[in-house]
Ligand binder design. Structure first.
Ligand SMILES: Cc1cc2nc3c(=O)[nH]c(=O)nc-3n(C[C@H](O)[C@H](O)[C@H](O)COP(=O)(O)OP(=O)(O)OC[C@H]3O[C@@H](n4cnc5c(N)ncnc54)[C@H](O)[C@@H]3O)c2cc1C
Ligand SMILES: *[C@@H]1O[C@H](CO)[C@@H](O)[C@H](O)[C@H]1NC(C)=O
Ligand SMILES: *[C@@H]1O[C@H](CO)[C@@H](O)[C@H](O)[C@H]1NC(C)=O
Ligand SMILES: *[C@@H]1O[C@H](CO)[C@@H](O)[C@H](O)[C@H]1NC(C)=O
Length: 510
C-alpha cells in the first residue's frame, strides 16, 4: 500500500494531505505528524490570511495564480465565507503621513455625516498626529503601489520593515484602479479606519485579492483530512528513518514517537509506531532543518530555512463591520439590543447576530501603511475582527515548538498604539500572537523532491520506479497562506508522480 507521511500540520502540511486525499487512489495511506501539544499555534494559525492572485515575482507567479483559483474554488464548494471567513478583499496603501483626520467633526454616528467617502474618525478625541511610537513620520519608508519589486522573489522589503504592498507592480495597481470605477463608490472604503480618503491609494480590486481566517481554514482542512481517513499523530515526532538491514526485501519505515501525555504506554515503555512509507513530505516550516537533520543525519546538505518573527493582535472596533440599516428599520429594532443611530456607511455596529446578517455582503479591506517605524498591515475580517501586525523583531529566537513562544508585552503595546491611532482609542483587544515565517535563502519557497544523493547514506524511502521519496515544502515566508492550496496540490502531484498543475521548476533549487 502506498503510504505518505507528512511532517508538520501547519497549513502547508495540511494542504498537502488534503490534496492527496482528493488525488490519490483510495488505498494510498496518509499520515500527519505534529509535535506541538496544541494545533495551529504556528504562523498558520496566527497569520493575517491575505490571499493574492498576482502579487508575486515571476518564479512564484504560476503557483500564486493556481493557489488563488484553488482558494476561491474551495470556498465556493464548502461555504468558505461562513466556515473560514473567505472574503473578497480590497487593498489600499495608506500614506500615513497624510492619513490621520485633522478635523474633529467626524463622529461616524453623527446623522449629518453621511457623505460617502468622507473622513471617519475613531472613537472620539483628537488622534495624536505625526508621531506614533515616537517615530518621526518623515523618516518613514515610501509606500506601496509603486515599483518596489521583490526582485526574483527575495524578501528584502520584509526584512527592511517595508510593506508587502511594495511588491505590487505598477500595472497591477493600474488595473485595479481602472477596473474598480464603480467599486470605489464610498461604500467600499474602509470607514472603520481613521484616515482621510485621499490618503488611501487603491492597489487591488476585490477580484484579485481575498482574505481567509487561517486558523479556521486549517481546521477545515484537517477535518476534511480526518474524514477522508488521514491519520493524525499528535503530539508526536518522527525520530528516524530505518530499514531492517538483514532483510533485503524490507521496506523503509519512519519511527514516530509520541510526546506529552501519550509518550508512555501503561507499562512504562516509550510509545512509538513504525510506519512503512514510500514518501515523506517535510512541511515543518521554520523547524524543517531540525527535522531534516534528525531523519537524515548523514545528509551532505540541508535546506537552509531561517525564521522571521511576527507579532500580531486582533481587536474589535465599533466601526467594523459597518451596519447598513434595512429599509424597514423596525425589523432591526426588534432584534438588535442597541439600534445604532441612523447614519451613513461608516455607522457603528453592535455584535448582534441579526446585525451580522446585514453585513454578509461587505467586502473586507487590507491596509498597508508606513506608521510606527515598521510596516503595519491591517485587515478588516469577515468575522468582524480587525487584525493588525507587521512588527518583525529581527532577533527573536525560534522556540523549540510554536507553542513555546513567549511574547514581549512591549511589542504588543507598540502594535496597539498603531491600532489606537488608526482605529480609535476604544478598540477592544481580543488576541495577541507571535509566530514565525519560514524564510529560505532566496526568499522563495522550496518545493521539491530531494535527490537521493543529498540524503546521505542512511535508509531512505522510495527510489523505486521513480515514485516516492523525500519532499520538502517550506520557505513560504509571508505568503504561506496565500500559496498553501497550490503548494499542497503540486506536492501531492509530485508524490503521485504526476505532472504538476503549476510550473514550480524555479522553486526546486535550494
Ligand atoms: C505575523 C504573520 C502574518 C502573516 N500573514 C500572512 C498573510 O496575510 N498571508 C499569507 O499568505 N501568509 C502570511 N503569513 C505567512 C504564513 O503564516 C506562513 O508562510 C505559513 O503559515 C507557513 O506555513 P507552514 O505550514 O510552512 O509552517 P508552520 O505554520 O510554522 O507549520 C509548521 C508546523 O511544523 C511543526 N513542527 C515543528 N517541529 C516539527 C517536527 N520536528 N516534526 C514535524 N513537525 C514539526 C510545527 O509545530 C508547526 O505546526 C504570515 C506570517 C506571520 C508570522
Ligand atoms: C492563471 O490560471 C488560469 C487558469 O486557471 C490561466 O488561464 C491563466 O493563464 C493563468 N495566469 C497566469 C499569469 O499564470
Ligand atoms: C520596476 O523596477 C525595475 C528595476 O528597478 C524595472 O526593471 C521594472 O521595469 C520596474 N517595473 C515597473 C512596472 O515599473
Ligand atoms: C525592523 O523592525 C524591527 C522591530 O522594530 C527591528 O528590530 C529591526 O531592526 C527592523 N529592521 C530594519 C532593517 O530596520
Amino acid at each position: 500500500m502506498p503510504t505518505t507521511v507528512i511532517l508538520g500540520a501547519g497549513i502547508i502540511g495540511l494542504s498537502t494531505a488534503h490534496s492527496l486525499t482528493l488525488l490519490a487512489p483510495p488505498e494510498h495511506r496518509i499520515h500527519l505528524v505534529e509535535p506541538a501539544p496544541e494545533l495551529f499555534a504556528s504562523a498558520s494559525g496566527k497569520a493575517a490570511g491575505f490571499v493574492a492572485k498576482d502579487w508575486f515575482a515571476p518564479a512564484i507567479a504560476p503557483l500564486g495564480n493556481l493557489s488563488f483559483d484553488l482558494h476561491r474554488a474551495l470556498a465556493d464548494k464548502h461555504n468558505g465565507r461562513a466556515r473560514w471567513g473567505f472574503s473578497e478583499s480590497i487593498s489600499y496603501s495608506l500614506d500615513h503621513d497624510d492619513s490621520l483626520s485633522t478635523t474633529s467633526a467626524d463622529d461616524p454616528t453623527d446623522p449629518s455625516d453621511t457623505t460617502a467617502g468622507d473622513t471617519k474618525g475613531g472613537g472620539g478625541g483628537e488622534p495624536e498626529r505625526a508621531s506614533i511610537d515616537g517615530q518621526n513620520v518623515d523618516d518613514q519608508i515610501p509606500v506601496s503601489g509603486r515599483n518596489g519589486s521583490q526582485g526574483q522573489g527575495g524578501l528584502d522589503w520584509l526584512l527592511n520593515n517595508v510593506s508587502r504592498a511594495t511588491v505590487v507592480e505598477g500595472d497591477v495597481v493600474e488595473k485595479a484602479q481602472s477596473e474598480s470605477t464603480g467599486a470605489n463608490d464610498g461604500d467600499d472604503l474602509p470607514h472603520w479606519l481613521r484616515a482621510k480618503p485621499e490618503a488611501l491609494q487603491l492597489i487591488s480590486d476585490r477580484k484579485s485579492t481575498a482574505q481567509v481566517l487561517p486558523r479556521q481554514l486549517c481546521e477545515f482542512l484537517l477535518e476534511q483530512c480526518l474524514a477522508a481517513g488521514v491519520t493524525l499523530h499528535q503530539p508526536a515526532r518522527a525520530t528516524k528513518v530505518w530499514r531492517d538491514e538483514h532483510d533485503p526485501a524490507a521496506v523503509t519505515r519512519i519511527r514516530v514517537e509520541y510526546l506529552g501525555p501519550l509518550a508512555q504506554t501503561s507499562d512504562g515503555r516509550a510509545r512509538t509506531v513504525d510506519i512503512p512509507c514510500d514518501s515523506i513530505v517535510i512541511a515543518a516550516g521554520c523547524w524543517t532543518p531540525q527535522v531534516y537533520t534528525t531523519l537524515f543525519p548523514n545528509a551532505n546538505r540541508i535546506p537552509r530555512i531561517t525564521h522571521l518573527a511576527g507579532y500580531s493582535v486582533t481587536f474589535k472596533s465599533k466601526y467594523w463591520p459597518p451596519v447598513r440599516l434595512p429599509a424597514n428599520r423596525e425589523a432591526l429594532k426588534g432584534s438588535a439590543p442597541n439600534p445604532p443611530a441612523p447614519s451613513g456607511p461608516g455607522a457603528a455596529t453592535t455584535t448582534s447576530s441579526s446585525v451580522s446578517a446585514l453585513v454578509q455582503s461587505n467586502v473586507c479591506h487590507a491596509i498597508f501603511t508606513n506608521a510606527g517605524g515598521f510596516a503595519p498591515e491591517i485587515f478588516s475580517r469577515a468575522n468582524g475582527d480587525v487584525w493588525l501586525g507587521g512588527l518583525n523583531p529581527a532577533s527573536t529566537q525560534l522556540p523549540e515548538l510554536p507553542t513555546d513562544a513567549t511574547l514581549d508585552p512591549g511589542e504588543i503595546e507598540r502594535l496597539l498604539a498603531v491600532g489606537r491611532a488608526l482605529c480609535g482609542e476604544d478598540i477592544d483587544l481580543r488576541t495577541e500572537g507571535l509566530c514565525f515565517r519560514p524564510v529560505s535563502v532566496t526568499g522563495r519557497p522550496i518545493i521539491t523532491r530531494l535527490h537521493e544523493a543529498d540524503l546521505g547514506d542512511g535508509a531512505k524511502p522510495g527510489g523505486h520506479d521513480g515514485a516516492g521519496g523525500v519532499y520538502v515544502a517550506t520557505g513560504h515566508g509571508p505568503w504561506g497562506i496565500s500559496l498553501s492550496l497550490g503548494t499542497g496540490r503540486v506536492v501531492s502531484e509530485m508524490v503521485l508522480g504526476r505532472e504538476t498543475s503549476a510550473d514550480v521548476s524555479a522553486l526546486m533549487k535550494w
